[in-house]
Design a protein around this ligand. Structure first.
Ligand code: ADP
Ligand code: MG
Length: 273
């Protein structure tokens, strides 16, 4: 057991930090951020698990776990039919593992509707997992594009939330919606939940709108916005079709380098927390 064991506010024990990557909008860079931030953290020595909580399973595919290799999935874990440890698979990245999702995860919401403890299915599974895997240092949860029961399960199990924000029209409106959800979860379900930070994604320096949205978000949210913005970069969008994180596909590209800088900001904030 590591020396610096602490009890986190979520009630999980051990020196692990659980981070949800969430935004109710699709296509804003959640999965890309979960995969590449997870990889960057593993690259600097952290031991990382990515939990794929989106029925689309893009994080699983992007980490090289195709459908035929997903026997035990996060659906089984959420339904209480399997332990999280049984779903976990190694990836091509040293120190990075993934619990893949299956399409049946989409049905979990309805199947759990009568369960009294339905917000805590994932939290319980993570607590048990940490007891048998005390060397894990980061768990990142890739959320679906909604603020539904799956996302609430992720937030209930997390120490903090990372919100990827695409620099586009109405970005601030979307942001206030997810911030309200984080506040509600903090009030009713998980008092320790924090906003780790907001990361601007698919940023295009030459585009006036990108700059304007950046100025707006930074003036409203101040230091909650990471210094690092993730640039729009074609190498990042190519990587998933090779079943690899961008950092493995092309370490030198601007996108990979940005995710490495983001990882060091995340670690700094986690140490301060
Ligand atoms: P979400 O998980 O929020 O739905 P994704 O991470 O799947 O979003 O990203 C949506 C699409 O945008 C994907 O095709 C992805 O490859 C692409 N993408 C994400 N980030 C970037 C980036 N920085 N540069 C270029 N393409 C990106
Ligand atoms: Mg996604």
């Amino acid at each position: 057991m590591p020396e610096n064991k602490f009890s986190s506010k979520t009630g999980h024990t051990g020196g692990v930090r659980v981070l949800s990557v969430a935004n109710q909008k699709g296509g804003v860079g959640k999965t890309t951020t979960a995969i590449n931030l997870g990889t960057a953290l593993a690259a600097v020595g952290e031991k990382v698990l990515i939990i794929d909580l989106d029925p689309q399973g893009n994080a699983s595919t992007g980490l090289g776990i195709d459908g035929s290799r997903r026997e035990t999935t996060t659906y089984d874990v959420i339904m209480g039919d399997a332990a999280l440890a049984d779903a976990v698979q190694a990836t091509k990245v040293p120190r990075l593992s993934v619990a893949p999702a299956g399409v049946n995860l989409a049905g979990a919401e309805i199947e759990l509707i009568d369960e009294q403890d339905r917000h805590f299915c994932l939290s319980r599974a993570i607590s048990r997992f940490i007891q048998i895997s005390p060397d894990i240092t980061y768990i990142m949860i890739d959320c679906p594009p909604s603020l539904s029961l799956l996302t609430i399960n992720a937030m209930a199990a997390s120490d903090a939330v990372i919100v990827p924000l695409q620099c586009e029209f109405f970005a601030l409106e979307g942001l206030s919606q997810i911030l309200r959800t984080i506040d509600k979860v903090r009030e009713r379900i998980n008092p320790g939940l924090e906003l780790q930070g907001i990361v601007l994604t698919m940023y295009d320096r030459r585009n006036n709108l990108s700059q304007q949205v950046e100025d707006d978000v930074r003036s409203h949210m101040g230091a909650k916005v990471y210094q690092t913005a993730i640039p729009r970069n074609v190498r990042i969008s190519e990587a998933p079709s090779h079943g690899k994180p961008a950092l493995l596909y092309d370490l030198k590209c601007t996108g990979s380098q940005a995710y490495l800088r983001l990882a060091s900001e995340v670690i700094q904030r986690e140490r301060a927390a």
